[in-house]
Unconditional design. Structure first.
Lengths: 381, 260
């Protein structure tokens, strides 16, 4: 049998976005793969240099469109360090709550897309239906369903509306029932298990060598979670476990993500209780006026030359739904960040594709790549 | 490591039929539920903002919250009240996408026409910074979300068109942000000022008055600078901090700062 290269992508149902997986095959066997990314490059890091600190938040929602809150949180943590601003405690709790809701929404989105890659249509529809409730919750306090623009340097835009926590608790109770259903549909199905078991194995050592993070690393048995290892926001004050599996294959990643959603519900219940008990301001006091918070930034370049600006750099890393994301904000003085650099976990996880695809069959590519949880908007930025 | 390691259930070697039948039973249960209460709505004929979707009993497929109940603060198309707009430019300044342009509206003094925001919805990202920045609350976002047009030029909403949206009295975003306590003020670099009145003329709130200052004695052998002997005085309580005076000042003698 002769070998040949085939292109899976940039327009292929497996890719979940625009990227190209070049595969060298011999019959059905994968001999080599070459992931090509960059089709969705929008220059977000460069555009950020020309925007006010708060305006960059609008880009963060578009960086990863299924995990917008997590990226907003990441950028805001970095920007606040660079600008030497401390947010009030209640704002930190609201941010944590938003990130955990986003984690559930992102994982449900992953579940829906992943099972559809396997050809299962019903779980896809259930997943999208359940995610809609989370989007409704987001809309009830941010005003938008996916592009929230909610967090600001120094806090969050507005406080939670009346009756929010009751609605949120109802949704959480309902979702816990749905998670059982998901497991019945997938883990309870022999067809699903035969399709997924033992596929795409990436050992713990390989994960560490390639810098692979997130559920892929935890499915290989490494209990690495930035929320636990380097607590940011209020994660040090909530009680939760790090989900971990040892199989390092597609089934393991499924189990880790399902357990993470349950742990997120556990975190959310604690955070909602705290928010009920502790009203307070959600925006830091004594913000510099030029920062424009809570108002929008004021004045274009050139109007405000006679100011004194603080300088600084900020680094922040969070456990995003896809893995470990990091941001580095350089504040050289002025209304705009001098440089904003992001580390995207998906980019790294995809780059290791050769390690976990070679040796399997062509029909195994959709489940394996589906289990990676690709978000191209985030990897290409 | 205290956490438990997740392990998948062992595959159903004992009874493979059960392992296929169980997920099918789950799907069948959902199917029967959806026959009674479907998860979807018939969109153009029913809308999520309809009052009937606010009640939990009406919500499809046993969903725990009413979808429409969370609808009020949706960020959709803007509504502009031209009558209260003071042409302060703040919405235009604050727009990250530069989609707001201040255009003249008919009526008023033809030499200095009133300018109101015109929004290009082809660029707008619905971030809401403009309505947050509006000091008079005349530009706010409504729950209107249907924007399909046949020509690209129709995506540009003139102030009159935005006013039509306002006249529909749609539910508006109820969240209004408070002004920060430590607002900066407009300060004057007095030696640079020539008293030209440009700031006072263009101030949208007329909070700047030109006050007479005494003409100093010319030092021996030197001339006094040629200028009008007046200086702007800003009334901080009326000022909306739009920065128009700073941008029109020909000598760049106005700047932001903390009033001592």
């Amino acid at each position: 049998m002769s070998e040949m290269w085939i292109n899976m992508g940039p327009q292929h149902p497996m890719t979940h976005g625009l990227w190209n997986l070049r595969v060298r095959i011999d019959g059905e066997l994968i001999l080599d793969v070459d992931p090509e990314m960059g089709y969705l490059h929008r220059g977000i890091e460069k555009i950020s240099e020309d925007r006010h600190y708060n305006e960059v938040v609008t880009l963060m929602d578009r960086t990863c469109y299924v995990a917008g809150m997590a990226w907003e949180h990441l950028y805001i943590l970095g920007a606040e360090k660079a600008l030497h601003i401390t947010p009030p405690e209640r704002a930190e709790y609201i941010r944590t709550m938003s990130e955990e809701f986003q984690r559930i929404a992102s994982h449900i989105m992953w579940y829906a897309a992943f099972v559809q890659d396997l050809g299962l249509m019903s779980p896809f529809l259930y997943g999208m239906r359940d995610r809609d409730l989370l989007l409704d919750l987001f809309q009830s306090y941010t005003g938008a369903r996916m592009t929230y623009e909610y967090m600001r340097v120094g806090g969050v835009r507005n406080d939670l509306p009346h009756g929010f926590s009751d609605r949120a608790r109802k949704v959480l109770d309902w979702l816990m029932e749905r998670f059982k259903e998901y497991d019945q549909l997938c883990m309870g199905s022999d067809i699903f298990r035969r399709r997924c078991d033992g596929l795409g194995v990436l050992s713990a050592q390989d994960c560490i060598d390639f810098g692979v993070t997130g559920p892929m690393l935890r499915s290989a048995g490494v209990a690495r979670d930035l929320r636990k290892d380097r607590p940011y926001s209020v994660y040090g004050r909530v009680d939760f476990d790090v989900a971990r599996a040892t199989t390092a294959d597609v089934t393991g990643r499924y189990l880790v993500r399902m357990e993470e959603m349950r742990q997120s519900v556990r975190i959310l219940r604690q955070v909602l209780d705290w928010l009920d008990r502790n009203p307070g301001p959600v925006m830091a006091e004594n913000l510099p006026r030029w920062l424009g918070a809570p108002y929008a930034p004021i004045g274009r370049e050139g109007y405000l030359l006679k100011r004194e600006y603080p300088k600084g750099v900020g680094f922040a890393a969070i456990e995003e739904p896809h893995g470990e994301a990091a941001v580095y904000v350089v504040n050289e003085g002025g209304e705009h960040p001098y440089r904003v650099k992001f580390r995207s976990p998906v980019y790294v996880n995809l780059s290791a594709a050769r390690k976990y695809l070679v040796g399997y069959h062509v029909a195994d590519i959709p489940p394996i790549m589906g289990s990676v949880d690709v978000c191209v908007g985030e990897s290409d930025r | 490591m205290t956490e438990e390691v997740l392990t998948p259930e062992t595959s159903g070697n004992d009874n493979p039929v059960l392992w296929v039948a169980r997920p099918m039973a789950t799907a069948a249960r959902q199917f029967l539920k959806s026959l009674i209460r479907p998860s979807t709505i018939v969109y153009p004929f029913e809308r999520l903002e309809d009052p009937k979707f606010r009640e939990e009993v009406q919500v499809a497929a046993g969903k725990p919250i009413g979808v429409g109940a969370v609808w009020d603060n949706y960020r959709g198309v803007h509504a502009l009240n031209i009558a209260t707009c003071i042409s302060c430019n703040l919405c235009s300044f604050s727009c990250p996408d530069l989609c707001i342009e201040m255009v003249a509206v008919p009526g008023g003094n033809p030499k200095h026409p009133k300018k109101c925001p015109q929004i290009d919805y082809g660029k707008c990202s619905y971030c809401g910074f403009c309505s947050d920045a509006c000091p008079e609350g005349c530009l706010s976002m409504t729950t209107r979300y249907e924007l399909s047009v046949t020509k690209r030029s129709e995506m540009v909403y003139s102030p009159q068109k935005l006013f039509e949206v306002f006249e529909r009295k749609l539910p508006m975003n109820p969240i209004r942000l408070e002004r920060p306590a430590n607002e900066d003020a407009i300060l004057l670099d007095a030696p640079l000022c020539i008293g030209c009145n440009a700031c006072a003329r263009d101030c949208p709130t007329q909070c700047i008055t030109m006050m007479d200052i005494p003409k100093p004695e010319a030092p021996a052998g030197a001339k006094l600078p040629r200028r009008i002997w007046k200086e702007p005085v800003v009334n901080d309580s009326d000022c909306v901090r739009c920065g128009t005076c700073i941008s029109v000042c020909p000598k760049e003698c106005l700047f932001w700062g903390t009033r001592t």
